[in-house]
Design a binder for this molecule. Sequence first.
Ligand code: SAM
Length: 280
Amino acid sequence: MTQPPSYYPFIRDMLMDRSGLVVTPEKVYLLETRLLPVAHHYGFKDIGEMISELKSRHNESLAVAVTEAMNTHESLFFRDITPFSLFKDILLPEILERRKNQKKFRIWCAACSSGQEPYSIAMVLNEVSERLVGWQPEIIATDISNSVLARAAEGRYSQFEMQRGLPVAKLIKHFTQENECWRINSNIRDMVQFSQLNLLDHKYSLGDFDIIFCRNVLIYFDLATKTKVMSKMNKCLVDDGVLFLGSSESTIGITKDFWPVKAGHGVYKHTDGLPSLAEP
Ligand SMILES: C[S@@+](CC[C@H](N)C(=O)[O-])C[C@H]1O[C@@H](n2cnc3c(N)ncnc32)[C@H](O)[C@@H]1O
């Protein structure tokens, strides 16, 4: 194991305070690879000099750049596929039935990174658009990082990003080629509202949601942070709402507010909610 550098305790605490990211001593090798480019970009000769600057005075843009460089923004269209087929085949018909009087439902994609996840949800809704005539579905997508949100709102993806999980038929239907890149068409782009939100914030002021996708972000947090985030999610998910976690995430040992449902791995409902979705 690489010996932690002298600046390790400072950077570990800073990342924990700002985004909840846990950098254990086993992960210190990531500091070098991810932070050296930031140090050079800001004109420092090495990471140590950059950390001295952060220690000596408040430099928000540098602190943001360091936090963004250490966070993982990996995402892909229709990641793990099953959540999206469950959403389309099981949850949506349920929601359309349960909300038939209001004709409204709200989906929150927390930690949306560069937009592949909320746009995958929007593409699913587009596929059933004839059943949504007169409905007002809302997709709110948030992330801590303004730079990934800017990319997401732009909706422009490289050839490499397009090849990861996106079926060709959807590429042809929903994207337009622009030089080396592909841009998501405006009818899908306009279905998603992006805004900045740190899951560590004291309170989320986004209103209530019928479905929350919070995938592949809890894995970076420690137990105390996961517990706090889940408690806040619990408050903004309606009683018969459903929560999707990532394929390697679960609520075990974190909260008893949610219960897994038989429909699939990583799908949770409120402990006393939604009797129609059977428990395992
Ligand atoms: C690995 S990506 C997951 C993207 C997407 N949900 C998926 O599963 O493909 C994790 C995202 O979580 C965001 N993130 C990390 N800490 C966060 C926090 N405290 N609040 C909000 N977003 C955070 C990162 O900026 C990053 O874009």
